[in-house]
Design a protein around this ligand. Structure first.
Ligand SMILES: Nc1ncnc2c1ncn2[C@@H]1O[C@H](COP(=O)(O)OP(=O)(O)OP(=O)(O)O)[C@@H](O)[C@H]1O
Ligand SMILES: [Mg+2]
Length: 361
């Protein structure tokens, strides 16, 4: 899979830009705050119809403008695809593929599969469970758009149930509301168990791949195991939701389900969240990203596009070269504030772009 070209209009600090990329290596160089990450974000937007930096889509529109548009020409499965995303100042998104409107984000996912790796990802082991859930959710959604639908339905019902629960806390609430609760619980159990089962399967595959990579990077010293921590087993979810009903009404939110799940990481059997050194935790993050790429290749039969935002400077030389060697056949976009001469020297093919104040020079 690769991105051949990108066109943006009024996106972040870019007024207008048209650029053709190399099919292998694209190095984006510039000082701070010039628009390097914005370029990566524009490509990402065409894969997910959302940003990896903000959930507020109007932030993406250039300040003072009414709307923005980003489009890419990409190739996957040897088929040319044109993807275009327009966002207006009310936050409404219009997604087009090959000049046809797509009604649902799920139809977009899978057309352009990207793996982004930024300094934030290096902290995934230490970060909140929510960040780790987001990580697996995004990854699975790209590879299996039906998962994205289940997740969206689950989140919608959860929101409605939480708001109903708050109303039920008021004295004398009607029994009709209780009937609604029954319906929500059935739906949560249905979507929830689907989500848990797919996550289980995915984390198992991810763990297997990441473990091999961690083993290589650590020269056989570290055995990594990733475990999916289910707050409730898919098999008992409805019973557990019903059992926790009164407690949830008392607390004002729904406490059981995949929205409370997490990932655990063990290095040689020891919990890496609690006891891993910073270096070990970074290696786990790197192993995870490389495993993501391998999984995409296994499931889709072709490589994802890799977006490395400012991450090389955070890795030591050994891990840098491991990363760059491992991704020989992957189209790469890499941002950096300085030209790393060794890196450029080692690059057989590729293009270097210099970014200054929202223009490529
Ligand atoms: N909606 C927007 N409209 C106009 N300018 C914006 C908008 N959003 C962000 N910017 C500007 O874009 C610039 C930041 O771009 P970006 O995050 O791509 O920088 P960068 O080159 O990656 O920098 P760093 O090296 O610090 O990561 C800032 O100057 C910021 O003010
Ligand atoms: Mg940046």
């Amino acid at each position: 899979m690769r991105v051949n070209s990108l066109k943006v209009k009024n996106f972040r600090n870019y007024s207008e830009l048209e650029v053709e990329f190399d099919c292998k290596r694209n190095i984006i160089i510039g000082e701070n705050a010039q628009g390097k990450t914005n370029l990566i974000e524009a490509i990402y937007l065409c894969a997910f119809a959302r940003s990896f930096r903000t959930s507020n889509s109007t932030d993406l529109i250039k300040i003072g403008e009414e709307n923005c548009n980003v489009s890419v020409e990409a190739v996957s499965e040897d088929i040319d695809k044109k993807i275009s995303i327009t966002i207006n100042n009310r936050g409404k998104k219009m997604i087009k593929k090959d000049n046809k409107f797509l009604g649902r984000t799920a139809e977009l996912l899978n057309n352009l599969v990207v793996v982004v790796f930024s300094p934030d990802d290096l902290r995934i082991i230490k970060d909140s469970p929510e960040k780790r859930r987001n990580f697996i959710d995004k990854e699975i959604s790209q590879l299996r758009p039906s998962y994205f639908e289940a997740l969206r339905n689950y989140k919608d019902v959860l929101k409605q149930k939480n708001s109903l629960i708050k109303q039920l806390r008021a004295p004398g609430s009607e029994s009709k509301m209780r009937d609604m609760l029954e319906i929500y619980d059935m739906q949560l159990a249905k979507y929830g168990s689907e989500i848990i089962k797919i996550r289980r399967e995915f984390v198992e595959m991810l763990s297997e791949k990441a473990s091999k990579i961690q083993n290589n990077i650590s020269k056989g010293r570290e055995n990594l195991e990733i475990k999916y921590v289910e707050s409730v087993a898919a098999e008992n979810i409805l019973d557990e939701i019903i059992n926790s009903r009164e407690r949830d009404i008392y607390n004002g939110h729904c406490s059981i389900g995949p929205h409370r799940d997490d990932l655990d990481f063990y290095i040689n059997g020891i919990d890496a969240k609690k006891f891993g050194s910073q270096g070990q935790q970074r290696t786990v993050a790197l192993s995870l990203k490389l495993a993501e790429i391998q999984l995409a290749e296994m499931i889709l039969g072709e490589n994802a596009v890799l977006l490395l935002d400012d991450v090389l400077s955070e890795l030591d030389r050994e891990r840098q070269s491991y990363l760059l060697n491992e991704i020989e056949d992957v189209q790469l976009f890499l941002t950096s504030t300085e030209v790393n001469s060794e890196l450029l020297h080692g690059m057989k093919e590729g293009k270097v772009f210099n970014v200054k104040s929202g223009s490529l020079v």
